[in-house]
Design a protein around this ligand. Structure first.
Ligand SMILES: [Zn+2]
Length: 136
């Protein structure tokens, strides 16, 4: 899974201001730790979702540098990293513990229907709601 972590704003990258370096270091550590306990649906889950969950944990731990993707940004729910993390945060607000439940379901496989089973709406509907919620 580690190879999928490229491009998530590495330590001291071009776009990283000095003040963010410490935050980013802790954040990357937090992200990688998440991969050690999360399930990947026996390899069936979208990589963007796996990375999104790792970033969601980082988001909740408050280790997200300023200037990163804001709520409502992105083209696809499974785009990955912070786009997916913000979306998962929205879903988790609809139902506390949602991400933990989703992770549990991903132990034996993966289906987009998990969103419907947990939240009563398809992932596409949720993404549409999410985009509308944060539209200007
Ligand atoms: Zn990762």
């Amino acid at each position: 899974m580690e190879q999928t972590c490229k491009g998530n704003g590495g330590i001291g990258g071009e776009n990283t201001s000095e003040g963010d370096i410490k935050t980013d270091f802790i954040g990357v550590f937090c992200h990688e730790m998440t991969h050690t306990w999360q399930w990947n649906g026996q390899g069936q889950a979208p990589v963007g979702l796996i990375e999104g969950i790792a970033h969601f944990v980082r988001l909740k731990a408050d280790y997200v540098p300023n200037g990163w993707v804001k709520s409502g940004e992105g083209q696809r729910w499974d785009e990955g990293y912070l786009v997916t993390a913000r979306f998962l945060d929205y879903c988790n607000d609809l139902q506390q513990g949602f991400v933990a439940e989703l992770n549990k379901k991903m132990r034996d496989g993966y289906s987009d229907n998990f969103f419907q089973e947990l939240l009563g709406k398809t992932v596409d509907q949720l993404w549409t709601d999410y985009k509308a919620r944060f539209a200007n």
